[in-house]
Design a protein around this ligand. Structure first.
Ligand code: SME
Length: 170
């Protein structure tokens, strides 16, 4: 089992930790799993590997312009988010990662938990560039995420999308 990266860590330490987390996810996804098993596994690996990750989850695109909660860890999240709202909606609408140092400065931020201070949301894109889901990570600390998080979390979302390129549905 991977150790937990403490809140205060050096960039080199964080890079090394992410490379181990990525390798672990890669090997776990080699099993004969479906999209739900894969999402749940990614969330568990990420949430338990970083002390800064206070809420970690996927929102799935269940119909055009609409996100619904998927596998997550942390206190309960908002169930439904239209593309027009919040940081998750912005990531889905623009197909660009949203790195928010201070959620109070993000117009329209949806506060599922009053303790959240910063957030990163990565779109998961299919083969034609369509949005399949978003990966949302929240922290109770300000500016908890940086370019290292962005790089590795985007890589994990690409890994997921290569193996499960369809819109997740049940
Ligand atoms: N803060 C997000 C909503 C999801 S929760 O944080 C789990 C947003 O503004 O889209």
């Amino acid at each position: 089992m991977l150790e937990v990266l403490p809140r205060q860590s050096e960039p080199m330490q964080k890079q090394k930790h992410y490379s181990e987390v990525f390798a672990s996810i890669q090997s776990l996804l080699n099993a004969d799993s479906d999209w739900l098993a894969a999402m749940a596994t990614i969330i568990s690996e990420l949430h338990n590997a970083f002390e800064t990750f206070d809420w970690t989850g996927f929102y799935r695109v269940i119909r055009d312009d609409h996100l619904q909660i998927g596998p997550y860890q942390g206190t309960h999240g908002c169930l439904d988010i239209p593309f027009s709202r919040g940081v998750c909606g912005a990531a889905a609408r623009t197909k660009m990662t949203q790195l928010v140092d201070d959620v109070e400065k993000f117009p329209g931020h949806i506060a599922c938990s009053s303790s959240t201070r910063s957030e990163i949301v990565i779109p998961v894109l299919g083969k034609k560039g369509e949005v399949l889901a978003v990966l949302d990570v929240d922290s109770n600390g300000l500016a908890a995420f940086d370019a290292i998080d962005q790089h590795w979390l985007e890589s994990i979302c690409q890994l997921y999308a290569m193996r499960y390129p369809q819109r997740p549905s049940v």
